[in-house]
Design a protein around this ligand. Structure first.
Ligand SMILES: Nc1ncnc2c1ncn2[C@@H]1O[C@H](COP(=O)(O)OP(=O)(O)OP(=O)(O)O)[C@@H](O)[C@H]1O
Ligand SMILES: [Mg+2]
Length: 258
């Protein structure tokens, strides 16, 4: 049987009177690309926020590798191997591409500012190793040759790839991508799809993906979970989801042939 990496059990999130997530059960299995789809306001980002510790669920349980993480602080979850990108990029635009990855690196992050590591010559080798690792992350997303450019000068699609490199630098095993293709053109999307598949198949990172591009979702996902008004209304393979009457009615609408 396939191992579950992340398990949500009847998770609810309430904001005042609004039920953003309503008793959601969800599992992320070892090795899979799992996509979360649903209309605007369905609760997709909220799902990421409770997985990463930005919010605590009102009720229900979250387990990561069999450990209850409901109340763990975000940085502790990063330490366990959960990393994310945001719907709106959060790059340090006046820093270089490489610096953006460096500040996200797990050891830089836990040992304080990079400068303090830099200052001690005994740690020079360490520093080199960290830079090397960060360059490898940039290579994975295809940005190594732009390491010295300012992050803010990159085209939008590449800024989103840089966000992924930063998440990888945390040493993540589970990567949550919130609308990574938003604002990308077709060429950039093709490239992104290749990168995500590579992360999954070659680097064995579990990927949780929120996307509105249904074609991309159908192409890339092992499984799909559909949210609507905070409820999970369907779950299955791309073809199961594409033919689910409830999903077609709630979300896919005219995009799928009847
Ligand atoms: N911090 C908050 N306080 C109050 N309401 C919130 C908060 N965060 C989210 N919500 C509400 O919870 C619901 C779910 O929001 P969420 O951002 O998870 O949706 P989404 O599925 O990611 O939508 P989109 O596709 O537009 O990104 C929405 O009604 C939203 O307004
Ligand atoms: Mg969202």
């Amino acid at each position: 049987m396939m191992e579950n990496v992340l398990e949500l059990e009847r998770v609810s999130v309430k904001f005042g009177g609004l039920v953003a997530l309503n008793e959601v059960d969800l599992t992320v299995r070892r090795g899979e690309i799992l996509s979360i789809i649903g209309p605007n306001g369905a609760g997709k980002t909220t799902l990421f926020n409770i997985m990463t510790g930005i919010y605590t669920p009102t009720s229900g349980q979250i387990r990561y590798k069999n450990q209850l993480i409901n109340k763990l602080k975000p940085y502790k979850r990063v330490g366990l191997g959960i990393a994310r990108t945001f719907q709106n990029t959060r790059l340090l635009k006046n820093m270089t591409v490489l610096e953006n990855v460096l500040v996200a690196h797990k050891e830089v992050n836990t040992e304080g500012v990079f400068a303090s590591i830099l200052a001690r010559s005994s740690l020079k080798q360490k520093r080199q190793a960290i830079v090397q690792e960060c360059m490898e992350k940039l290579e994975i997303v295809g940005l190594a040759d732009k390491a010295d450019q300012l992050a803010g000068s990159l085209p939008y699609g590449e800024q989103r790839l840089l966000e992924i490199a930063r998440a990888l630098a945390t040493g993540c095993e589970l990567l949550l991508l919130d609308e990574p293709a938003a604002g990308m053109n077709q060429t950039e999307k093709r490239e992104l799809i290749k990168k995500i598949l590579q992360l999954s198949k070659q680097y064995h990172i579990e990927v949780l993906l929120i996307e509105h591009d249904i074609q991309m979702i159908m192409e890339i996902s092992d499984r799909i979970v559909v949210l609507n008004y905070g409820q999970k209304i369907a779950e299955g393979t791309p073809s199961e989801i594409q033919n689910d009457p409830l999903v077609i009615q709630a979300y896919l609408g005219g995009e799928v042939e009847a």
